[in-house]
Design a protein around this ligand. Structure first.
Ligand code: ADP
Ligand code: MG
Length: 252
């Protein structure tokens, strides 16, 4: 289980990021000064009660929304200085998003669904096919490549949706409650797929979930409450705490 983050670079830096909606009395402060640093190759679970600002934060990370205040750099580049068009282009090349609902196109097979975003990205047809098949394989759903969404279970469809997100080779994979529409068992399998994906590719993942068992899957848990980070704990610390005395000679 090689987690490639030993001397990893910082990929994301958020400094005092705030986001408010509305004005005057009616102002809602969705984020109140979030400072967060995520290294390349990390897998982070973002947890917190409903309304704590998780989706707002994910939308800012994914360049779907802009902070009201504070700084956001990605790979050293200031994201807040980009125009909307530049943000869209940056997102297209570097960032992938998996949503709660499973938005596969019903008239396309799994393979065609995974290939579609890459055809917008002017990728050569054979490279596209290759990347799509590899992504389906990584998610353990290559055998479903010719099926239509109606011929898949919810968990299978969500794994195809994850394959679609990662096929173009993003640096950052964002997933906002990707198991929210699934029953517990399918949800666990999907979280496991994220973990395997992370182990096999080292892609940086930020995942929002309510599920307690995410602790077994993520390397780090960031807790949000009322628009602020109230906890940030690498899983290694929790493992160390659970296993006394601390293990020696472990592999990194
Ligand atoms: P979570 O994803 O943790 O449930 P959200 O980020 O969706 O939380 O919301 C955080 C807060 O911001 C909530 O109080 C929510 O009502 C408010 N909020 C989110 N989006 C909007 C919006 N577009 N307009 C007004 N308020 C919003
Ligand atoms: Mg949300």
């Amino acid at each position: 289980m090689a987690i490639k983050q030993a001397e990893a670079q910082s990929l994301i830096e958020l400094r005092e990021v705030s986001r408010s909606y509305g004005e005057g009395e009616a102002t809602v402060h969705a984020l109140r000064g979030v400072t967060l640093s995520i290294k390349s190759g990390e897998m982070v679970a973002l947890m917190g009660p409903s309304g704590s600002g998780k989706s707002t934060l994910m939308n800012i990370l994914g360049l779907f929304d802009r902070p009201t205040g504070g700084a956001y750099t990605f790979g050293g580049q200031d994201m807040t200085r980009l125009s909307a068009r530049q943000q869209a282009s940056f997102r297209g090349r570097r960032i992938a998003f998996v949503f709660q609902g499973i938005h596969l196109l019903p008239r396309l097979t799994a393979l065609a669904n995974v290939e579609l975003p890459m055809s917008y990205a002017r990728m050569a047809a054979n490279t596209r096919r290759e990347s799509a098949l590899k992504a389906l394989e990584l998610l353990g759903v290559a055998h479903l490549k010719d099926r239509y969404p109606s011929q898949m279970s919810g968990g299978q469809a969500q794994r195809v949706a994850i394959a679609r997100a990662i096929a173009p080779g993003p640096d950052l994979l964002l997933a906002d409650e990707p198991t929210g529409a699934l029953d517990r068992k399918s949800g666990e399998l999907v979280l496991q797929a994220f973990q395997e994906l992370h182990e096999e590719t080292g892609v940086t993942i930020v995942l929002v979930t309510h599920d307690a068992f995410v602790g077994q899957h993520a390397a780090r848990i960031v807790a949000l409450e009322d628009g602020q980070v109230i906890g940030d704990q690498p899983v290694t610390d929790r493992l160390m705490a659970a296993r006394q005395p601390s293990p020696t000679g472990g592999q990194s």
